[in-house]
Ligand binder design. Structure first.
Ligand code: DAH
Length: 335
C-alpha cells in the first residue's frame, strides 16, 4: 500500500508542468490532511510493537516523496527561468535606436559660406544689437524723418526712438564710432520688417560690409563684390552694377548677377532680363562718415548689404522664403 502510494505520487509528479500544480500535489500528499499525514495519524491505532517499523516506513516514504517533489521543483524552476530568459532576451546584434541627429539650417550654411569668403579677403566680423536706436538705424545713416523706410508699415517700433533694426547698416555706424580707419569688416545678423509674403518674412538675415581707408574707390567695391559673386555662384556668372539710390551711399548701385536658373537667356524668375538683383552697395556717403567723426577729406569707403535668404534661394533654387522658417523636416533634410 505505502510503496504504491509513493509510485503513484512519482508518476503524478511527472505529469505536472507548473509550480502551482506542484504546490497542489504537495498539499494532497504532505499537507495537514494529506494522504501521508493521514497515515502518520493512523499509527496511533497500531500496537506498540508494530508502531516503530510502520513509522519508519512512512517516514522513508515521506522523505522519498519530499525529495521527488523538490527535485521536480528545481526542474520546473529552471524551465521557468529558461523560458523567461528566452522571451525577455535582447538581440544585441540589432542596430541600436539612435537619437535623431540634427543638421545645420540652410540659412546658417550659406551665412557661414558668405562669412568665409569675406574673411579670406581680409574682412573681420562685427556684430550689433537687434533692438536698435532710431538714431543708428536711421538718423546716422542719413535717412530723414519723413523717409518711407521709417513708416510704421515697414518698421517694428519698440518705442518712439527704439526699433527692431530694419537692416544691418547701423553696425557700420556703431563700429565707426568705436574704431578708426583703416576698417574692413562685415556685420551679419538678423533684421526685422513688418512684411510677409512669398519673398518676405518679418525676420530675415543680412550681411553688411564696410571698407574705409585712404584712397578707397568704386573699383575696390567692384573687385570685392565680383570676387564674392564668383566664389559664391561660380566664376562664369556675370556681375552687373546698376545705378541706384540709398541715403547712406553716394553714388549707390544695385548689383545683379546673371540669372543662374536660365544662364542669362531670360526666364520667369529673372522676368526675361537674364539678371537677378542680389545686393545693394555704394561709396559711403560723407555725411555718414562725418556723423562718426571720420575725416572725410582723408578717408573714403564703400559699403554693401545683402540678404542671406535671397542668396540661399538663388543658390538652392527655393522659390518661397517662408519654407526656411516653417521648420518642416522634409524641406530641411534636403540640404
Ligand atoms: N541697408 C540696405 C537695405 O537693407 C542694403 C544696403 C544697400 C546696405 C547699400 C549698404 C549699402 O551698406 O551700401 O536694403
Amino acid at each position: 500500500m505505502s510503496e504504491e502510494l509513493k509510485n503513484t505520487a512519482i508518476e503524478e509528479l511527472k505529469t505536472i508542468t507548473s509550480l502551482p500544480e506542484l504546490a497542489q500535489l504537495k498539499a494532497r500528499y504532505l499537507g495537514k490532511k494529506g494522504l501521508i499525514t493521514l497515515q502518520v495519524k493512523s499509527l496511533g491505532t497500531l500496537s506498540a510493537e508494530d508502531r516503530p517499523p510502520a513509522g519508519k516506513r512512512i517516514n522513508e516514504l515521506k522523505d522519498a516523496i519530499e525529495a521527488a517533489c523538490s527535485a521536480r521543483e528545481d526542474e520546473l524552476t529552471r524551465k521557468d527561468l529558461a523560458k523567461r530568459l528566452a522571451s525577455e532576451s535582447i538581440d544585441i546584434t540589432l542596430p541600436g535606436r539612435t537619437a535623431g541627429i540634427g543638421r545645420e539650417h540652410p540659412i546658417n550654411t550659406v551665412l557661414s559660406e558668405i562669412i568665409d569668403i569675406f574673411v579670406r579677403m581680409g574682412f573681420s566680423v562685427e556684430e550689433g544689437p537687434e533692438v536698435e536706436l532710431d538714431r543708428y538705424n536711421f538718423e546716422a545713416l542719413n535717412i530723414p524723418k519723413d523717409h518711407p523706410a521709417r513708416d510704421m508699415q515697414d518698421t517694428f517700433y519698440v518705442s518712439d526712438d527704439v526699433v527692431l533694426r530694419t537692416h544691418t547698416s547701423p553696425v557700420q555706424v556703431r563700429v565707426m564710432e568705436q574704431k578708426k580707419p583703416p576698417l574692413r569688416f562685415i556685420a551679419p545678423g538678423k533684421v526685422y520688417r513688418c512684411d510677409a509674403d512669398v519673398s518676405h518674412t518679418p525676420m530675415f538675415h543680412q550681411v553688411e560690409g564696410l571698407m574705409v581707408d585712404e584712397g578707397i574707390t568704386f573699383s575696390n567695391l567692384k573687385g570685392v563684390l565680383e570676387t564674392f559673386v564668383h566664389q559664391m555662384f561660380g566664376p562664369q556668372v556675370p556681375v552687373r552694377f546698376r545705378p541706384s539710390f540709398f541715403p547712406f551711399t553716394e553714388p549707390s548701385a544695385e548689383v545683379d548677377i546673371g540669372c543662374i536658373l536660365c544662364g542669362g537667356a531670360g526666364c520667369r524668375v529673372c522676368k526675361g532680363s537674364g539678371f537677378l538683383e542680389v545686393l545693394g552697395a555704394g561709396m559711403v556717403n560723407p555725411k555718414v562718415l562725418g556723423f562718426c567723426g571720420i575725416d572725410t577729406e582723408r578717408y573714403t569707403g564703400f559699403a554693401f548689404g545683402m540678404g542671406v535668404e535671397r542668396i540661399t534661394m538663388l543658390k538652392y533654387r527655393v522659390d518661397d522664403i517662408r519654407l526656411f522658417f516653417e521648420n518642416d523636416l522634409r524641406f530641411l533634410r534636403q540640404f
